[in-house]
Design a protein around this ligand. Structure first.
Ligand SMILES: [Zn+2]
Length: 341
């Protein structure tokens, strides 16, 4: 459970003493490592031989159990309770608006889970150090759950630590936020994120980081199919509308996955919208010249309404009736932007 380089100053300033508040609210952008920081805090609290900087040693039995999510004094709730949830998820994550949760993420922490937190804190630590609950993301709590949590926040039992991780703390009730010590974690600079991606063996880290809107830890979302789809789709959507190979573009519906098509079209349209205002590409900088050429030929109003259609279609992305038809529909919608223009 090492600390990411861009979080090191925060750790040194607030956690190096080994004193951790009973109720902690960690916040920061999705994919920037907030969840990992929360787990590092938990590991440090449970470690038998923490370092002089107050960090977990990483080698004792407690650290091994924490890393495996199986420490008897650790309770994980939300996304952290399913370590591979990100990898199994085919759908694209939020990009233009990372502050907005996806439909299926809502209310995944019910009031029963909070009852188990209360019961968990009533038991004396097995390993004599602390009882730690990590909840990530905390905004997954439904209102009844948040309400029951107040009891714990008001009177935390001795040696009980609640670590809330949130990408959108504003979505948590003020009553919860005000009872926690809040720590806002920074996003990495582009250079820091690229170094980190390189260390993970990611090829073309600069381009990968652009696709992720600057959040490096989300890199596992981009699978081989994405890059293959990107290399075939973007050259076709970027063509001059008058000379566009529409049949070839629609033919991609047979071989491109819905999640990849949606993510690519959405980020492409965001870049194209930006180009119509003279802004540089955020996601596909390698297509900047094509974007600049296409922007003047793009009816902005139609592009905007297509973009909001893409936003709305996120809802059925996980369960489309017919994925191939859904891709075709997205592509037809894109072509319609330029019809008669
Ligand atoms: Zn340890």
């Amino acid at each position: 459970m090492s600390i990411l380089s861009w979080h090191r100053p925060t750790w040194d300033a607030q956690f190096a003493t080994g004193r951790v508040p009973a109720s902690l609210l960690l916040s920061g952008a999705r994919g920037s490592g907030v969840k990992e920081f929360g787990m590092a805090v938990a590991a440090a609290l449970l470690c038998a031989t923490p370092t002089t900087q107050g960090m977990a040693c990483g080698t004792c039995d407690d650290c091994r159990w924490t890393a495996a999510g199986r420490h008897p004094d650790l309770l994980l709730l939300g996304e952290v309770a399913v370590p591979d949830a990100d990898k199994e998820d085919d759908a694209p994550k939020e990009q233009e608006d990372p502050e907005k949760p996806r439909e299926k993420e809502k209310h995944l922490i019910p009031v029963n889970d909070i009852r188990s937190v209360i019961a968990f804190f009533q038991v004396t630590p097995n390993r004599e150090r602390a009882r730690v609950v990590v909840m990530a993301p905390a905004e997954w709590m439904n209102p009844a759950a948040a309400n029951s949590l107040l009891k714990v926040l008001e009177e935390p039992p001795p040696r009980a630590h609640l670590v809330l991780v949130s990408h959108t703390p504003a979505r948590l009730p003020a009553t919860v936020r005000s009872r926690c010590v809040s720590v806002r974690l920074p996003k990495p600079s582009s250079a820091e994120a690229q170094v980190w991606l390189e260390d993970q063996g990611v090829r073309a880290p600069g381009l990968v980081l652009h696709q992720l809107g600057g959040s490096p830890l989300a890199h596992t979302e981009l699978r081989e199919t994405y890059w293959d789809a990107r290399s075939r789709l973007l050259p076709l959507v970027s063509e001059n509308p008058a000379r566009r190979r529409s049949a070839e573009l629609l033919g991609l519906a047979d071989s491109i996955e819905l999640g990849d098509a949606h993510r690519l079209l959405h980020t492409w349209c965001a870049d194209l919208l930006g180009s119509t205002c003279g802004l540089p590409a955020r996601y596909h900088p390698d297509f900047q010249p094509a974007l600049d050429k296409l922007a003047p030929a793009t009816p902005r109003k139609r592009l905007l309404s297509y973009e909001s259609r893409l936003r709305a279609s996120r809802r059925w992305l996980d369960h489309p009736l017919n994925p191939k038809l859904a891709v075709e529909d997205l592509l037809l919608g894109y072509l319609a932007i330029f019809e008669g223009a």
